[in-house]
Design a protein around this ligand. Structure first.
Ligand SMILES: Cc1ncc(COP(=O)(O)O)c(C=O)c1O
Length: 401
């Protein structure tokens, strides 16, 4: 059976070139970067090279990059780190209603600890409005955390405009910082920390064709954070623990390749997504796209199919070799509709029927065509089982033209 992976937003396959780069650090180059001898210094040099590459991907200086275990930890260090360090200046945080569950979870935890959290709406487009951020800012706001691109619908948020707003506040004397989760954005868009005017930015290597378990937090020079891993002096006291050298090296190589190939990758997935969406439009009825189609990552297409449970469609597609995902989560034995799709104002039926198709740099036209062959049949099979669909069909057939 042909297998097609259309779930690159969940994770990406590791690039062979990245594997080659990391292999020596799993075998003969095994030193601890904190050791003074040759072995240690060899590893230290590799970590420093990787740091330069990751910094260069986002327009940062190497000493502004903190390596850690991934996007979730980067979000934790950024948000908890700022809030714990600067609570004396205020206890108010602004975020959006479509952040990744890690940011959502941290903000919920702050809310239970005497912090006030404002969660801004994103409207039908799935994009937060700068005027809403401006209106929500208070003298006691210490952190604004807005993702750069959403992980379910791919919508790109106006972080640079929000950054300009925060700079104005800071110029007026307020102690306030901006964090952006760029875990999804970094593989699809040019990211530059100065253009975004952000103070903290989260990255994860496994979205960039490197292994899971490594990521980075960009921390603008001068920003102070309460470390979340204490007891080690690594990463300039910002993240204790011996560096995961092979993973860090892999991340460095993946960052280098992403920087060099980003435009070609983006163009490739955009073209294939157009082919995919044109095919869906020609072959499937009763569906809606989720999120602003002009302002989204180039490889993501999120679609809600009416009269279909997303989870059922996912399983049906999986049986035919096609891997996609839904935003639904299993909670107490029942399927909760995706909070992100709900935040776009979709009803529960549409939120439950949403599927994320995410393409990657090695996706082929043949794979897109295979999905276009399988998907309409899968949707039709599931709809035949839906009483609502049967009713709608009968009603349509009985309505005079
Ligand atoms: C937007 C976003 N933030 C954070 C994360 C978490 O990253 P990690 O899997 O490296 O912990 C993800 C992963 O799906 C994500 O999509």
């Amino acid at each position: 059976m042909l297998r097609v992976y259309f779930d690159h937003s969940a994770t990406t396959p590791v690039d062979r070139r990245v594997v080659e780069a990391m292999l020596p650090y799993l075998t003969e180059k095994f030193g601890n970067p904190s050791s003074v001898h040759f072995y240690g210094q060899e590893s230290r040099a590799a970590v420093d090279r990787a740091r330069r590459e990751v910094a260069s991907l986002v327009g940062a200086r190497p000493n502004e990059i903190v390596f850690l275990s991934g996007g979730t930890e980067a979000n934790n260090l950024a948000i908890r780190g700022v809030c714990e360090q600067h609570a004396e200046h205020g206890r108010h945080v602004i975020t959006t209603s479509i952040e990744h569950s890690s940011v959502r979870g941290i903000c919920d935890a702050l809310g239970r600890r005497d912090w006030e959290v404002t969660r801004l709406p994103v409207y039908e487009e799935g994009v937060v409005r700068v005027e809403d951020v401006r209106a929500a800012l208070r003298p006691d706001t210490v952190l604004v955390t807005v993702m750069l691109a959403n992980n379910e619908v791919g919508t790109v948020q106006p972080v640079a405009e929000i950054g300009a707003l925060i700079r104005e506040r800071r110029a007026a004397g307020q102690k306030i910082w901006l964090h952006t989760d760029a875990v999804q954005a970094a593989g699809g868009l040019r990211v530059d920390v100065d253009e975004l005017a952000c103070d903290l930015l989260s990255l994860s290597a496994h979205k960039l064709y490197a292994p899971k378990g490594v990521g980075a937090l960009y921390v603008r020079r001068g920003v102070r954070l309460a470390p979340q891993n204490v007891g080690g002096h690594q990463e300039r006291e910002r993240r204790g623990g011996t560096e995961a050298v092979p993973l860090v090296v892999a991340f460095g190589e993946a960052a280098r390749l992403t920087r060099l190939e980003l435009d070609a990758r983006a163009e490739h997935v955009r073209r294939l997504r157009e082919r995919f969406e044109a095919g869906v439009e020609a072959r499937v009825s009763d569906f809606v796209y989720n999120g602003d189609r002009a302002r989204r990552l180039p490889g993501v297409s999120n679609i809600s199919f009416r009269y279909v449970e997303g989870e059922g469609l996912l399983i049906n597609l999986d049986m035919q070799g096609v891997a996609v995902s839904t935003g639904s989560a299993c909670s107490s034995g029942s399927l909760e509709p995706s909070p992100v799709i709900r935040a776009l104002g979709r009803d529960d039926e549409l939120a439950r029927g949403s599927i994320r198709f995410s393409l990657g740099k090695d996706t082929t036209e043949g794979e897109v065509d295979y999905v276009l062959e399988v998907l309409p049949r899968a949707v039709e099979t599931l709809r035949r089982l839906s009483p609502l669909y049967q009713k709608a069909r009968t009603e349509r057939a009985c309505t005079p033209a």
